[in-house]
Design a protein around this ligand. Structure first.
Ligand code: NAD
Length: 478
């Protein structure tokens, strides 16, 4: 099997060390072998990005548009193949893998357009005869660190704006999903990115992570991943006053009120909590349900969950794929035990499953009779595990929804305009959904959260300009 190399200064660079990419649906299937960068490779990648920065900063909007649009088109043209690769290495079902790939293509095309619209402001000075203008400039070299659960969409929503606004990139994908990251990097390379403008450095965070965070030539770091690693990224970047942005975990509430349409509520909850095997930062892990609909809702959830097909991500008919790896599966099962010990009632699921092929399969777990102080309601599990919290009315539901260290997304199922409007106003989350799952967002609007879920300016949409540019105010006298 050939080794997939890192991309440094426009050249594919082999490494002494390699890691195997394993299919979580079938552990006998090796997706590929991927180079593991050492410190020297990282240094060279940063040096290449630094050397390429002035040239790329001076590129015209048309050049950037052409490159990003070509990348977007190439991704869309290969959506089935890339979606398949993504599902094979990450474990989300094929339809989700293809959908995510399409989204990555759309993101590149959106930011191709944004490259044409980098505007400034001009305003009358308070002093006679003086001109004042505000412009946006690239930052220089940016370091992009991504998690394993969206192997192409998250890299896309960092790489595309970074390049659109004139920065050069050192991209470090998650160790569990190098295949999609490598394929995306090959597309970027084949689309004609100038040497050094985009560099791929694969490897473990613990090996090359700190070298990247501490590098004086990396002007800014955009990170998505766990709270623990995010806090580390923040500390290292702050220590050298580098700009940083963090997108981290969630414990997202979905409120279901008595007047909700039961089908809508169950569909939102099943989709939000369990699709993509519950491995979404926006997953609805806390289902906060008012007393009048509670029993009907729990029964309907149990019957819906028992009919879901958990199997090979690539097999036709599969609705829930495997957990990403053995470590995450053990963590999910441990939380099921914690929930039981805390006194929650396990309504269904929560067991390891055997399938034809050896993989990391787990039945979707639903807990009822939980309270918001339990660990299963306070800590992010990041697997197919959700809880029901029974509340008496809307006011209590809102209070419980907001009683969390996180604030990424939230949702409410109701037919009442009054409660929907109030929830949109008072929910302490970055994204609020009404009669929709807490996961599943548009690609052209801002994405991000509050409290322990996010730090810094928003990603995606036009708001991405805030992170990837610096503002300059220039005064001119005649
Ligand atoms: P993780 O924190 O373990 O890893 C994220 C990335 O950080 C990986 O590329 C990893 O190699 C790297 N890393 C690890 N140690 C590092 C170090 N010392 N220095 C620099 N980089 C280092 O997270 P994960 O397990 O890959 O992803 C799951 C987490 O991501 C969950 O908590 C989930 O909620 C979160 N997530 C958040 C969002 C969001 O937008 N809010 C989106 C997707 C996932």
């Amino acid at each position: 099997m050939s080794l997939h190399a890192n991309l440094v200064a426009g050249e594919w660079r082999e490494a002494g060390d390699a890691a195997a990419d394993i299919n979580p649906s079938d552990t006998s299937d090796v997706v590929g072998e991927y180079a593991q960068a050492d410190g020297k490779t990282l240094q060279d990648a940063v040096a290449a990005a630094k050397a390429a920065a002035p040239g790329w900063a001076a590129s015209t909007p048309q050049q950037r548009y052409d490159l990003l649009d070509a990348i977007g088109n190439a991704i869309l043209a290969r959506k089935d193949e890339l979606g398949r690769l993504l599902s094979r290495e990450e474990g989300k079902i094929l339809a989700e893998g293809v959908m995510e790939t399409v989204r990555a293509g759309q993101i590149f095309k959106f930011f191709a357009g944004e490259a044409l619209r980098i505007a400034g402001d001009k305003i009358a000075s308070v002093r006679p005869g003086v001109d004042v203008e505000m412009t946006r400039e690239p930052l220089g070299v940016v370091g992009l660190i991504t998690p394993w659960n969206f192997p192409i969409a998250i890299p896309a929503w960092k790489i595309a704006p970074a390049l659109a606004y004139g920065n050069t990139v050192v991209f470090k994908p998650a160790g569990l999903v190098p295949g999609t990251a490598w394929a995306l990097s090959e597309i970027i390379q084949q689309a004609g990115v100038p040497a050094g403008v985009f560099n791929l450095v694969m490897g473990r965070g613990s090996v090359i992570g700190d070298a990247l965070l501490d590098h004086p030539d990396i002007a800014a770091v955009s990170f998505t991943g766990s709270v623990e690693t995010g806090a580390h990224v923040a500390a290292r970047c702050a220590a050298r006053l580098a700009k940083f942005q963090l997108e981290m975990g969630g414990k997202n509430p979905l409120v279901v009120l008595d007047d909700a349409d039961l089908n809508t509520a169950v569909n939102c909850a099943v989709n939000g909590a369990y699709f993509s095997t519950g491995q979404r930062c926006t997953a609805s892990s806390r289902l906060i349900v008012t007393a009048g609909i509670h029993d009907k809702f729990v029964d309907a959830m149990a019957s819906n969950l028992s009919s879901l097909k958990v199997d090979d991500a690539l097999a036709e008919g599969t609705q829930i794929g495997p957990v990403v790896d053995e470590g995450q599966l053990q963590k999910d099962l441990e939380y099921v035990e914690i929930g039981k010990k805390e006194g929650a009632r396990l309504v269904c699921g929560g067991e390891r499953l055997q399938r034809d092929k050896d993989g990391f399969y787990m039945s979707p777990a639903l807990f009822a009779e939980t309270n918001n102080d339990m660990r299963i309601n306070r800590e992010e599990v990041f697997g197919p595990v959700a809880t029901v919290i029974k509340v008496k009315d809307y006011d209590e539901a809102l209070a419980v929804a907001n009683d969390t260290a996180f604030g990424l997304s939230s949702g409410i199922c109701t037919q009442s305009l009054k409660y929907a409007s109030d929830f949109k106003t008072k929910s302490e989350a970055g994204m609020v959904m009404v009669n929709l799952p807490t996961a599943g967002v548009d690609y052209h609007v801002p994405f991000g959260g509050r409290k322990g879920s996010s730090y810094g300016s928003r990603e995606q949409g036009r708001y991405a300009v805030e992170f990837y540019t610096a503002v300059k105010t220039a005064y001119t006298a005649p």
